[in-house]
Design a protein around this ligand. Structure first.
Ligand code: UN1
Length: 511
């Protein structure tokens, strides 16, 4: 596979425009592959344990300076980063496609998500509001204020190789924190490109952005562990599998660090009898096969009412047959490759298990015609299941959509909630009562619940994350910034007395 023309993606020119020096691509110990054809596109240097330790020390030093820079001034650096991203949108989007295999439109969309979070963070840099709280004591003022937290360790997955860093970094930087980023071993080039764009923003910012404010460490599990275990890292924000989260969470908590976990999803859509089936169909296809089913928000379970099952299923199957699978760089392709053949083989294995459990599998095999040789191109699968089996309850990072039937609304909600994960959920209905019940306390138990919108493709303005095995963390919009700061309750006594709370008398003179 490595014998293919190494420059057919014009990678060195592309990386050059993004500011990554050509010598970063060769001579290193980490082979980077393009999922498009499985070929080796770079051999980059991984950081040793000592180098990771040095990066953390630099981040701690940078934090000590950066926390003293006023919030709006910190926002200016993020504004400049947003400008760099705007200028580099097409190039960085293309690199995302080459390195993680998502289609060109989605590669650019991911960069747009980065630009959006920068804009959000710039506004936020003037709105890191605290509270004034009524004190029970006369002549006292009580308040809550927010201070920078410390160096933040960001661990990201291959499927959103750049946007998830931006959600964390843009917010952490305006909050006064430094950032050390460990990207997926499968997507280090996009991380180097982000780092180069960040350095351009720093150069334009002028004095005041300390060395080591945002850094990338390239490496495997050990590099991540060093970050997770290091007492100087105040917050670990980790995106990945539920298994990874179960390992990382307790380790960070054991050293009394903070965690923000963004783990697996097993997202469902309920299609009610009153649904606009045309809209539902479009939403199903985008969220189930988009990004080749490799979003944590991908639609994995479809819960369809008996009355419309025989209308929806044939339409869905025929929509799947028309989906263009191919080179993600070609416009018109809707489904690109899976990240690698390991993922392709796993999809194949899981479909076999679903079949054994009584499922009827439509599609799902490898695609060999009209796709670049060497990539893991798989036909998205629809699997009609008799019940919500263990396989359905497990997240497989591939385009597999399980279909279940229901006749009673409460049963549909029970199915939707009846999995370990709790990320994204949705209902298609025109019945206001059903929509409201879905959003009520006894409705969806997920961090994201939508009506007449699919589960994926969230806007950055909302808090992103989920409950249960999804990890409970929230990042991106709303008040997620609070995870990146430390809260301080401060009470000031401006009276001539020392009244105690709860009316306690404690007279040291004894009279
Ligand atoms: C992820 O898959 O890790 O809502 C994040 C979405 C995207 C983010 C997905 N904005 O699908």
């Amino acid at each position: 596979m490595g014998a293919k023309d190494p420059d057919r993606f014009d990678l060195s020119a592309l990386l050059g425009r993004l500011g990554v020096p050509g010598d970063a691509l060769a001579g290193g110990d980490l082979e980077v592959h393009s999922p498009i054809d499985g070929s080796t596109i770079a051999n980059i240097h991984t950081h040793s344990e000592t180098e990771v330790g040095a990066a953390i020390a630099r981040a701690a030093q940078a934090f000590a300076d950066w926390r003293m820079v006023p919030g709006p001034r910190r926002g200016e650096l993020v504004r400049l980063l947003g400008e760099e991203l705007r200028a580099a949108k097409d190039d960085l989007g293309r690199l995302v496609t080459i390195e993680c295999g998502k289609i060109a439109e989605e590669g650019r969309g991911e960069v747009q998500e980065m630009i959006d979070i920068c804009d959000f963070a710039v506004g936020l840099s003037r709105q890191l509001y605290g509270l004034t709280i009524a004190s029970e004591r006369p002549g006292h003022r009580m308040m809550e204020q927010w201070h920078p937290l410390g160096p933040v360790g960001v661990i990201t997955a291959f499927n959103f190789p750049v946007a998830v860093w931006a959600w964390n970094a843009a917010i952490a930087l305006v909050c006064g924190d430094s950032v050390v980023w460990k990207p997926s071993e499968k997507t280090p080039l996009t991380a180097l490109a982000c780092q180069a764009l960040f350095q351009r923003a720093v150069a334009r910012f002028g004095a005041g952005a300390p060395d080591g404010l945002a850094q990338v460490i390239v490496g495997g599990r050990e590099a991540g562990e060093k970050l997770v275990d290091h007492p100087a890292i105040a917050l670990i924000s980790a995106t990945g599998s539920t298994r990874m989260g179960a390992a990382v969470g307790p380790k960070v908590l054991a050293r009394h660090g903070k965690v923000l976990l963004e783990l697996g999803g097993n997202n469902a859509m309920i299609v009610a009898p009153s649904a606009d089936l045309e809209l539902a169909l479009r939403a199903i296809v985008f969220s189930a096969v988009g990004t080749a089913g490799q979003r944590c928000t991908s639609l994995r379970r479809l819960i369809v009412h008996d009355d419309i099952y025989d209308d929806l299923l044939p339409a869905l199957k025929s929509a799947y047959e028309g989906i263009r699978i191919g080179d993600p760089l070609d416009s018109g392709t809707l489904v690109g490759p899976l990240i690698d053949w390991r993922a392709g083989d796993e999809m194949h294995r899981v479909l076999g298990v679903a079949d054994d459990e009584g499922g009827t599998v439509h599609g799902g095999g490898p695609v060999t015609d009209g796709v670049p040789e060497g990539g893991a191109y798989m036909r998205p699968a629809i699997v009609e299941m008799p019940e919500q089996t263990e396989t359905v309850r497990t997240e497989t990072f591939a385009p597999i959509l399980y279909v279940l039937r229901y006749s009673d609304f409460d049963r549909a909600v029970a199915l939707q909630n009846g999995v370990p994960q709790g990320l994204a959920s949705c209902i298609f209905t025109r019945d206001v009562k059903e929509a409201e019940r879905f959003l009520a306390a006894a409705g969806s138990d997920c961090g994201i619940a939508n009506v007449n919108i699919g589960p994926s493709g969230a806007e950055i303005g909302g808090a992103f994350g989920g409950e249960k095995a999804t990890g409970g963390g929230r990042e991106s919009g709303s008040d997620s910034w609070k995870a990146y700061m430390r809260r301080q309750t401060a009470t000031v006594n401006y009276s001539d007395d020392l009244p105690l709370a709860q009316g306690i008398t404690f007279d040291i003179k004894g009279d």
